[in-house]
Write a protein that binds this ligand. Structure first.
Ligand SMILES: Nc1ncnc2c1ncn2[C@@H]1O[C@H](COP(=O)(O)OP(=O)(O)OP(=O)(O)O)[C@@H](O)[C@H]1O
Ligand SMILES: [Mg+2]
Length: 408
């Protein structure tokens, strides 16, 4: 025992019995290239677009679409990291800034975040304040920062569909042309999982700036299995029962091949096993972890959703549970919603408003909506279905006491 060990407080645990390196299963962790599976072609496509940056020139702007967990953030971050080091060997400075447009959704906050990320006060002689400047002043600082601190800035705009308006895209992409920048270049990578809204996005963004588009397909169970195998060393040897990885992959592949979900389930399974004091992770832990993972994801998605949206989702879970199908037209959901609203003594919204809320929830990936035809010349109607288990969703919704009382 080393001297340090004797100083340790026995109240806490210093060795993880099951995890060798839990960090490897954190979603924010950027795995090395050897752990990235099944995205060679996409990595190459992104590299081709960014290639000019290695020589200090303007990259091709890029848009990457794909459902959640298909490796968009991973691939962009990984290729960017490689561009930065490759450029450095050529004597070129490349900087990257990662902007989460879900949080930075206004023009000023995007510009400010980029400027703060790339600014080196020793070189520019100024700092970029967190608040207090007008948008135009943030732009002015940004142009100076870019020309002073870097040769090429690669801006990864994650959840780009959450931006309030595309003015910021227009200005950034034309910075070179409009001579805002004299010695540096900008490359933009926009990421979005709103694959169901390509028309909307394309129209909006095509008019803003020229770019290439890539679509990332979901993974199949085999690929998910490979992805998990490449993180097996997150656990000590022999800790994972043989069927744990194949089962996790199969469960995550069921909805759509979502690597985020697969990794989250595996991590949660390890945590549940640790908490229970078990010395192996087994299929049982995986099943329990799947439920926890889905509930967490759903809770995060609807956190802060208005009560009316919760009532509508609740109506959809009731329908899903009581019928043998899982897809329901707006009208049917509306009728059930009316009785739910009456039961909790809330005002009832119009059918049109309910339709709008369903559309929002589709956009937020809480439910999936599809348009169906009634037959030739008889118009279209929308159907909606839950993206997770009705039972899990119901339990999360019932965290609201008003809905909990309904089933009591
Ligand atoms: N091809 C892959 N090889 C190894 N790990 C992967 C691969 N694709 C995704 N992952 C892992 O899965 C998780 C989710 O991936 P990522 O964050 O890139 O998804 P995304 O497409 O950006 O999803 P979202 O739209 O929800 O942001 C991360 O932990 C990532 O490391
Ligand atoms: Mg992402």
């Amino acid at each position: 025992m080393s001297e340090d060990d004797t100083d340790r407080d026995p109240l806490f645990r210093y060795e993880q019995p099951l995890f060798a390196d839990e960090q490897l299963l954190k979603i924010s962790h950027l795995p090395g290239p050897a752990r990235i599976v099944g995205r060679d072609k996409h990595m190459q496509d992104v590299a081709n677009a960014l290639n000019p940056a290695v020589f200090g020139q303007e990259p091709t702007h890029l848009f990457i679409f794909g459902k959640t967990g298909t490796g968009k953030s991973l691939t962009s971050r990984s290729v960017c990291q490689r561009v930065v080091s490759e450029a450095a060997r050529e004597g070129v400075t490349v900087n990257t800034a990662f902007i989460d447009c879900g949080e930075q959704n206004t023009e000023a906050s995007v510009i400010k975040t980029i400027a703060r990320t790339i600014n080196n006060p020793n070189e520019t002689g100024f700092s970029v304040p967190e608040r207090g400047l007008a948008t135009g002043d943030y732009y002015a600082r940004l142009w100076t920062v870019l020309d002073t601190c870097t040769d090429v800035a690669i801006l990864i705009l994650d959840e780009i569909d959450m931006l309030y308006d595309d003015e910021v895209l227009r200005k950034l992409s034309r910075a070179g042309e409009s001579r805002r920048l004299s010695s540096s270049n900008i490359g933009i990578i926009g990421l979005s999982n709103k694959i169901d809204f390509p028309e909307y996005l394309t129209e909006r963004v095509t008019s803003s700036f020229p770019h290439d588009e890539l679509v990332f397909p979901p993974y199949d169970a085999h690929q998910l299995r490979e992805i998990l195998e490449h993180r097996r060393d997150a656990f000590h040897d022999g800790v994972l029962a043989d069927d744990v990885i194949p089962l996790t992959a199969a469960l995550a592949a069921r909805e759509h091949g979502d690597a985020r979900k697969a990794i989250d389930i595996l991590r949660n399974a390890g945590r549940l096993a640790t908490k229970a004091g078990d010395d192996q992770v087994t299929a049982e832990h995986v099943h329990a972890a799947k439920e926890k993972t889905e509930a967490d994801r759903f809770a995060e998605l609807i956190d802060g959703a208005p009560m009316q949206a919760k009532l509508i989702l609740y109506a959809l879970t009731l329908l899903t549970e009581s019928r043998s199908k899982d897809e329901f037209p707006t009208k049917e959901i509306y009728r059930t919603y009316q009785s739910v609203a009456a039961a909790v003594e809330m005002q009832t919204l119009s059918e049109r408003r309910v339709q709008e809320i369903l559309k929002e929830q589709d956009f937020l990936n809480v439910i999936q909506s599809e348009k169906r035809g009634r037959g030739r010349g008889r118009g279209m109607y929308a159907t909606h279905r839950l993206l997770e288990d009705a039972e899990v969703i119901k339990r999360v919704l019932q965290r609201d006491s008003r809905l909990a009382e309904l089933s009591a």
